[in-house]
Design a protein around this ligand. Sequence first.
Ligand code: DAH
Length: 352
Amino acid sequence: MLERIEEIRAEAGAAIEAATSSAELEELRVRHLGRKAELTTILRGIAELPAEERGKVGGAANGARKELEALLEASAARLDASELDAKLLADRVDVTLPGAPPRPVGHAHLIARTTRQIEDVMIGLGYTVAEGPEIEHDYYNFTALNHPEGHPARMLQDTFYVQSQPEVLLRTHTSPMQIRAMETQPPPIFVIVPGKVYRRDSDATHSPMFHQIEGLAIAEGITLADLQGTLLALCRAIFGDEREVRLRPHFFPFTEPSVEVDVSCFQCGGSGELAGGERCNLCKGQGWIEILGAGMVDPNVLGFVAEHGYDAERVQGFAFGLGVERVAMLRHGVPDLRRFFDNDVRMLEQFS
Ligand code: DAH
């Protein structure tokens, strides 16, 4: 019996020490120390042995069990550590490898980009940016901008009205924010207003919804020369350093004098001719491209905000309004304005 115990101890001990995985170790534990193991059976049978053998056999069997248990514990610790090492090794991330190819996340729409570009230039000139409501009151869209009721200039803009509320409309321009901005702060004021505007109009160069940027500068001593200088800076930033601007007389109800502003053509450089001698198609041989409307703010307009500190005898200023789609079309050679709003990514992604 003692020999057999010694055999089990030696055999199981060697197997435990040679085990290469915790799964194998668990199997050895069950085989050699489990309920059905030979050593367990011997230990259980000790009580039935003749009295003189009990002590020796019991001591040997218990010693063997203790030794095997200790070996199991040591092997388990050894294997756990090396299995963790192996796992960490296999899991290793090489942080120096190039990352996964970036997923395309899209980009701002050309109209948004053009708007931001203009905003950046104007912020650089000291203007703040304000936004206003697209659903507007007749008072701000027309009356306070010197379009008296029944004035024919109201007919020039094909306005969408709210049927049940004849005083409420979709703003036809960003100009109503001139009044709203002046109501919120006294002069001096230097503000631009980007936003959507609406007119009953639809063809290659008109869309029922489009974008404008309004500009308003009111302070003491502002002149038409300031308007020209400001627009020159803006046009050069957008269309190139070489550009010139010219002002032509025009009419707007809310400015006096009113002007239309042309920028020298950035395709032919203002000559009206292309390198080969043929007529420039962008400016139609004119050398100038009409770009926006502007003027000196009419004292009547300031009259509507007189109680907010706008005394037409003391302050004056200019205003301008430009169409963002028009700038983007000219700048990028887009032939049809409706393409901006078809949302065809093949068209839009050209301007990333
Ligand atoms: N509101 C005008 C329009 O939509 C554009 C405009 C012209 C705005 C002259 C102005 C301005 O501020 O001074 O046609």
